[in-house]
Write a protein that binds this ligand. Structure first.
Ligand SMILES: Cc1cc2nc3c(=O)[nH]c(=O)nc-3n(C[C@H](O)[C@H](O)[C@H](O)COP(=O)(O)OP(=O)(O)OC[C@H]3O[C@@H](n4cnc5c(N)ncnc54)[C@H](O)[C@@H]3O)c2cc1C
Ligand SMILES: Cc1cc2nc3c(=O)[nH]c(=O)nc-3n(C[C@H](O)[C@H](O)[C@H](O)COP(=O)(O)O)c2cc1C
Length: 784
């Protein structure tokens, strides 16, 4: 085959090396517009794991790179006059030029033709090539030429950065944060040889403009950064090697994805590779790794299917299919990290103490969790756990294991919740006349005994016509109150858990069947009248509600107040107002469901008027020393609906009204919603509201392991974690998760103590067996 790589960066060179090795008969040329020793940028860094992968594919280049590498394990934070360091992270750094020179030498040795100083204008310049690799970087001209085939989606990110270097070797991957009168700047600093470090300075567009940096030339920018980071530079000078850039050299990162990676130009197959195909923000340093791994995968596919020209279509399809998944995973982590740096100033740096700021930074990509940190640096993690526990009033003996964050208590007004795990409200559709009966006693009682700190009953309706289904619970009469009191008393008598009630009104989503008989489907008979802010049915075949008038509003407000009074009498410790999931109060908040023209519709302030009126009326009768939460749908997942930005404004208004905590859910407001599910998918809403609005939050949604909850709580992304479906599967979820992470001090109900030791011992035995099996598998593969 005749193969031409346009662009001699890591992607083009590495692919050429591996492909030439696969079959030296291939004619392979790498065409690069620069000279061999020119290169923009300073050093790159990647993880030990990337190096292992490269060694498996081309030992000589991996060994040469390895020899030139600077290896280090530490991350150090400079923040608010403090320096905090952790270890065990395993990075390697190398000068970009040195790395490319190693790859160039290796390519030449194998017989790859290297052409320098040729600026390729078009892939049509190589009509006799079977395969053209567009490895010409993020601004790929080849991708641009075939824009209609590749359909690149480019998102220019708001932050500004400048890529500098300094002749000072930092011992740790260093992150330095500096506040100015106009906002925060951060520096990402890592060494790449014995004398030199990369020094990237980043800030928001707003801060960049406020300092007039858009008017600065490179030398002025350098002096600005030198004086800003004088302490961390310790007298060293900053330098640029991108004099070729016009203007100030402060760039915006382009996040780029392409739905298609290969095409045919009429003469040759053309395939994107490396930054030409996708970008990953430097915050997790994976761009070079992705470029190498693209090359590896394309060669692997040729190896698998045969490296002949007729195999190219099948190979390119397979390459794209395999790489797309891995690239999406890394891009996702890089995006999390990138977004962390985009909001770091106002969301974290202004708010968090240095210890928690460090933890938040280390877990910014959400790929590194609490238990990962324990593996990397046990002393740091345990020290942090003790620090975190001391913030909750627990001063653990330094000789003993610290209490993981999810097991620390949390106080709201006069109520101390013994740990951070909440049984999320879950409708069971199993009541008759709204009465919580033996089923509810056993269901909620079991979950309280199962170790959660706070057990919420399901959405409890404030009148018969406020119910979702005929099986929903209520609190509109004294009989219901008496049954509720029995459950609350049981929880208090038999566990340390606090009891919460969620009050709600179904609005337009009422009068439907039990979930397992057709969720949201209207009843076949005995429907009741529905009311809503606007007369819009939820489903096409659903019942159309009547538009609420003032008399309806007064009645519903009174129903909420009466139910809240009864709830106080039952002894509930906390009351949650259900303003989420498209039920009545959520319908008022969302512009999709509230189209009123009066004082209760229109602006966000108007749409909040009625929910806030209800909140204030309940707060007035709910005991002063007991907290109230508000559950919000923080994202309608539909154009024109509530966004997380709006949700923060809503939370701010509830905070001003006296809410103690916001329970951050999302969706179920608009039938045509398009939510993006995934692990911890709603936690970003909680993070935003907690740290930008300054109010405690509950995170909920696909949190299903202690490691998730510990990571969320420790990083300050929420104060409590609500767990729903895992609690249906396992009433003792909290006790079992404690045992899984080896925490034996969590109290079990005395009646069940006989099982505790056996349960813990069996877990340890299973772990030991799994570890032995892994060890045996590794030994066997080493022998092969
Ligand atoms: C500030 C910053 C820090 C970074 N830090 C890291 C890090 O720590 N770790 C990491 O892994 N990655 C890092 N990266 C990303 C990394 O540099 C890229 O992801 C990686 O270089 C991509 O390799 P590539 O071969 O696809 O593209 P490039 O490295 O961009 O190579 C493309 C090559 O094509 C050449 N070229 C372009 N057009 C033409 C043309 N028309 N004709 C001929 N030649 C052409 C260019 O001169 C260039 O040599 C960082 C990026 C930035 C901006
Ligand atoms: C069976 C079931 C019933 C639910 N009922 C309610 C409810 O009454 N009120 C409410 O706010 N959320 C309700 N939810 C949503 C959960 O509280 C929770 O937000 C959601 O299930 C996501 O958490 P998870 O991923 O841990 O399941 C319900 C969820 C389930 C699975």
């Amino acid at each position: 085959m005749r193969i031409v790589c346009i662009g001699g960066g890591p992607a083009g060179l590495y692919f050429a090396i591996l492909m030439k090795q696969l079959d030296p008969a291939h004619s392979i040329a790498v065409i690069e517009r620069n000279r061999p020793y020119d290169t923009f940028g300073w050093g790159v860094v990647f993880s030990d794991a990337t190096m292992d992968n490269m060694r498996a594919w081309d030992r000589p280049s991996a060994n040469a790179i390895q020899k030139a590498f600077n290896h280090w394990d530490d991350i150090e934070l400079w923040f608010k006059g403090r320096r905090i360091r952790t270890t065990g992270h395993g990075f390697v750094g190398i000068g970009r030029r040195h790395m490319l020179n190693i790859l160039q030498a290796r390519a030449e040795e194998l017989g790859v033709e290297l052409v320098f100083e040729r600026d390729v204008k078009s892939d049509a310049e190589f009509p006799d090539a079977d395969l053209i690799i567009a490895s010409d970087g993020v601004n790929s001209a080849i991708r641009e030429r075939h824009k209609s085939a590749f359909k690149p989606d480019i998102n220019i990110r708001p932050n500004r950065f400048i890529w500098l270097g300094t002749e000072k070797a930092y011992e740790a991957f260093t992150f330095a944060f500096q506040r100015t009168e106009h906002g925060w700047f951060q520096a990402h600093i890592y060494k790449f040889d014995d004398r030199t470090s990369t020094f990237i300075v980043e800030t928001t567009e707003q801060t960049f403009l406020a300092h007039g940096l858009d008017q600065f030339d490179q030398d002025q920018s350098i002096s600005f950064c030198e004086s800003l980071f004088a302490d961390v530079l310790g007298g060293a000078k900053l330098r640029t090697n991108s004099r070729h850039l016009r203007g100030s050299a402060w760039l915006n990162f382009s996040h780029m994805v392409c739905p298609t990676w290969h095409t045919h130009n009429g003469a040759s197959h053309v395939v994107l590779m490396g930054d030409a195909a996708h970008t990953a923000h430097f915050a997790i340093g994976s761009g070079t790794k992705l470029a190498f791994e693209d090359g590896i995968e394309l060669v692997r596919q040729f190896q698998k299917h045969g490296s002949n020209a007729d195999k190219i279509p099948v190979v390119l399809n397979a390459y794209e299919e395999v790489r797309r998944i891995d690239v999406a995973r890394i891009q996702n982590a890089a995006n999390n990290a990138m977004e962390w740096f985009e909001v770091v100033g106002r969301r974290y740096a202004d708010v968090l103490e240095p210890e928690q700021f460090m933890y938040s930074m280390l877990t910014r990509s959400q790929r590194i969790s609490h238990e990962n940190l324990r593996l990397r640096d046990k002393d740091y993690l345990e020290g942090y756990e003790r620090w975190f526990a001391s913030r909750s009033g627990i001063n653990a003996d330094p000789a003993e294991r610290g209490l993981p964050p999810m097991f620390t208590p949390f106080r709201l007004r006069g109520v101390t919740i013994p740990n951070r795990i909440v049984v999320s409200p879950m409708a069971m559709y199993s009541a008759t006349d709204g009465i919580p009966d033996d089923f509810h006693l056993v269901h909620l009682g079991a979950r309280a005994m199962g170790g959660a700190g706070l057990v919420f009953g399901e959405m409890t309706c404030v009148s018969p016509d406020a119910r979702i289904t005929p099986g929903c619970l209520g609190l509109w009469n004294d009989a219901q109150a008496a049954h509720w009191k029995r459950i609350v008393d049981f929880i208090h008598r038999n566990s340390a858990a606090k009891a919460g009630i969620q009050l709600g009104h179904a609005g337009r989503k009422g009068s439907t069947r039990l979930a397992w008989e057709g969720i949201d489907q209207p009843l076949d008979h005995d429907n009741w009248e529905l009311i809503a802010p606007t007369p819009l049915a939820y489903l096409k075949n659903g019942q159309r509600p009547r538009e609420m008038d003032r008399a309806d509003m007064d009645r519903v407000r009174q129903d909420f107040v009466d139910a809240a009074r009864r709830a106080a009498g039952c002894g509930f410790d906390m009351l949650e107002l259900h303003c989420a999931h498209g039920y009545l109060l959520s319908e008022f908040i969302s512009p999709l469901t509230n189209r009123r023209g009066d004082a209760f519709g229109g602006s966000l302030e108007n749409r909040l008027r009625y929910p806030l009126e209800i909140f204030a009326a309940i707060r007035a009768v709910w005991p002063e020393d007991r907290p109230m939460s508000v559950r919000l749908s923080c994202h309608d997942w539909y154009p024109g609906g509530i966004t997380p930005e709006n949700a923060a404004e809503v939370a701010q208004m509830f905070k001003q009204a006296g809410a103690d905590i916001i329970d951050c859910s999302s969706g179920q407001v608009w039938k045509e919603e398009r939510p993006v599910y995934g692990r911890l998918f709603q936690t970003p809403f909680s993070d935003k509201i907690r740290n930008e609005v300054g109010i405690p939050t509950i995170a909920v949604g696909a949190i299903f392991e202690a490691d998730h909850a510990n990571s969320i709580i420790a990083a300050g992304r929420a104060d409590l974690c609500a767990i729903a479906r895992p609690h249906l599967a396992d009433p003792a979820w909290t006790l079992h998760e404690a045992a899984k992470i080896g925490l034996t001090g969590v109290p079990w109900p005395t009646q069940y103590l006989a099982a505790k030791n056996q349960y813990e011992a069996n877990l340890r035995r299973a772990e030991a067996a799994a570890a032995a099996a892994t060890e045996a598998a590794v030994a066997a593969s080493n022998r092969r």
